[in-house]
Design a protein around this ligand. Sequence first.
Ligand code: URA
Length: 238
Amino acid sequence: MFLEKMLQSQGLGSRKHCQLLIKNGAVSIDGETLINPKHKLNLNNLEFTVHGETYQYREKVYIALNKPRGYECSHQATHHFSVFDLFDDALMNRGIQCVGRLDQDTTGLLLLTDDGQFLQALTHPKKHVAKVYCMNTADPVTTEQMAQLEQGVELRNESGIFAATNVQRLAEYQLQMTVHQGVYHQVKRMLAAVGNKVEQLHRKQIGKLGLTDLSGLQEGEWTYLSAAQIEMAKFREV
Ligand code: URA
């Protein structure tokens, strides 16, 4: 791939802008400044530097964010911050999107990518990728509510039954459960359907990928996923 095309593919600007970066001597590889926009590159394990900042070439990006409270998953957030405020221009230029949505007041694991196939694989209703949520509830969690969640509940304006698996009471007012779809406000509506209310919601895991697999990722921090972690996120029971 030509140098100018590679820079453009990594979100560093338009073709014209990337040509200028190169011609102005801002781009180097292995310590050598490259001034020919048509310089041919081997993309394997490629690292490059632009204005002193080092980047690794990535064909696609797969990101895990430990989402804080008060951030919306939309680009034009109205009453809160946008999760996209947490990413730099190069990632935004690549057109990263949220893989499913978390409400502004939900915390925890949120994936973002510019790979449309990965996004589809995780969000398509037929794929049933498991998502594990922990929540604080307004009222004590009863055995009856847990049984109802496992049997499944109906949600207004949605077809079918929504059932949770691995429903566990962690404390009198704290519940953990796994859901297999991803409809709007699903967990909050499921809890309302059994007569309780979610006060605080946190996503711990997607597929087999848990926040604990992401070496201490703190709230508001993000990281690139490794190839193995990408597969863990896609994992679904058959
Ligand atoms: N279910 C909800 O109700 N909210 C979320 O943010 C995620 C799942």
